[in-house]
Ligand binder design. Structure first.
Ligand code: UD1
Length: 417
């Protein structure tokens, strides 16, 4: 188990390239199951979740490797339709393989993802949609057996909530299905659009992504292509928080401004100056941040739940009171107790966290309990006086590529031990 040792108080300064998006990479790599030939994926982040995804692909019989920084996947040899429990547990988002394996082989067997560190993680919307497309699904002893012996059929799917994972699974199931599938109240996240761009370049016919209604005309076959994964907007938001708490001046290279349109105004409200020039976003922080406006997490294009924890670290040292409302996940304030150990003043009631800004945070030993919580603790540690030792770095490594090196290149004093 590795830990980070952070000596706080160093201003972050300089330029940094933003890594590829984890939440794009995972569904796109699983989508490669649907194609013939060798896909090449550029800008795929090097993360433990991506490694787990590649292990699942290899288990299924695909050729999956990393070569010269690109990920190569050829699914011609796919011969399995079951993911063993041990591999499912390695990556919570492995449920995204369900639609792809079912569409490719006509059956899929995997264990139920169950709960996770963010609270219960139901997949009822995924299963309801696949059933509507003709899949027979039985849930027994924690495992799911899905069959579509006569193939999947296009259907109209009304989602009661724009679930990202359910939208992805439906798209993956629908691209090779017979007929047309319409998803009403589909998720609109940029990662959904990236998945659709990849599939369309591989020969799929998907329309309307990025809007609430996605239409998919099933096709006979998909062919391998090369694809560039979009930059990670959550890593960008985390680096912006790190720059803000350290009163720094940082330029992020390779961002897509529109993906950050709900995040940028929050930083501007704190007094940070933000300039965007094509793919470069520069943030310059004031001596003391002002409190943030009400931050309410929402489905895209609203404020992303994944950026809530890293931003809260910045709110801890703002002048005044900031309020966060977490509307997406039930259990997403686990970082609060640990931030308090650093001297933060935060009160949580249900889905609301009230953060009374303090002048100084102080280094202390803390323990991350989830991915974005880990990013939040590191961000706070950068601002704290003294040394903070952060455990639970395995969570961080699911989503942030060589984060200690990235922060170090901007002048932070972070060591991995
Ligand atoms: C994805 C992201 C995650 C992000 C989340 C919300 C990936 C790998 N993960 O997760 O980082 O925080 O979107 O932007 O892309 N729900 C149900 N039934 C379902 C499905 C979801 O009730 O069948 C609920 C969930 O419990 C949760 C909410 O819907 O409260 C949002 O979940 P969803 O959008 O599906 O998130 P994920 O795809 O799991």
């Amino acid at each position: 188990m590795s830990r980070f040792v952070v000596k706080g108080g160093k201003k972050l300064f300089g330029e940094i390239e933003v890594q590829g998006a984890k939440n794009s990479a995972l569904p796109i790599l699983s989508a490669a199951v649907l194609t013939r030939g060798e896909n090449i994926f550029y800008n795929c982040p090097r993360l433990t979740d991506v490694d787990a995804c590649l292990r699942i692909l290899r288990y299924l019989g695909c050729d999956a490797k990393v070569q010269n920084g690109a990920v190569l996947i050829n699914s011609d040899g796919l011969c399995e339709s079951e993911i063993p429990d041990s591999l499912m547990r390695e990556m919570r988002s492995s449920i995204v393989f369900l639609g792809a394996i079912l569409a490719r082989t006509g059956c899929a067997k995997l264990s139920f993802p169950g709960g996770c560190e963010l609270g219960p993680r139901p997949i009822d919307l995924h299963l309801k949609a696949l059933r509507k497309m003709g899949a027979k699904i039985s849930e027994r002893h924690g495992s799911l057996v899905c069959k579509a012996e006569n193939g999947l059929k296009g259907a109209r799917i009304d989602l009661s909530f724009p679930s990202v994972g359910a939208t992805e699974n439906i798209i993956l199931a629908a691209v090779l299905a017979e007929g047309t599938t319409t998803i009403i109240n589909a998720a609109r996240e940029p990662e959904i659009c990236d998945l659709c761009e990849y599939l369309n370049s591989a020969g799929a016919k998907i329309y309307g992504f990025g809007e609430g209604e996605i239409v998919i005309d099933g096709v006979e076959e998909l062919y391998a292509v090369s694809h560039n994964i979009i930059p990670d907007r959550i890593v960008a938001a985390t680096l912006m928080s790190a720059a803000a708490v350290t009163k720094g001046e940082v330029t992020l290279r390779g961002v897509i401004r529109n993906h950050l349109s709900s995040v940028i105004p929050v930083f501007e409200e704190t007094g940070c100056r933000i300039r965007v020039n094509e793919g470069d976003l520069s943030i310059s922080a004031p001596e003391r941040l002002r409190a943030m406006p009400l931050v309410r997490t929402m489905p895209y294009p609203g404020f992303p739940t994944d950026a809530q924890a890293p931003l809260m670290a910045a709110a801890c040292v703002c002048e005044g009171t900031s309020v966060f409302v977490e509307n997406i996940f039930e259990n997403r304030f686990k970082h609060v107790g640990e931030l308090s150990r650093l001297g933060a003043d935060i009160n949580v009631q249900g889905k609301v966290a009230v953060v009374n800004g303090v002048k100084t945070l102080y280094g202390a030993p803390v323990e991350a309990q989830d991915l974005r919580g880990a990013a939040s603790l590191i961000t706070a540690a950068l601002a704290a006086e003294g040394t903070t030792e952060i455990g639970g770095i395995e969570y961080l490594e699911r989503g942030y590529e060589d984060f200690e090196i990235a922060l170090g290149s901007l002048g932070a004093d972070v060591r991995k031990i």
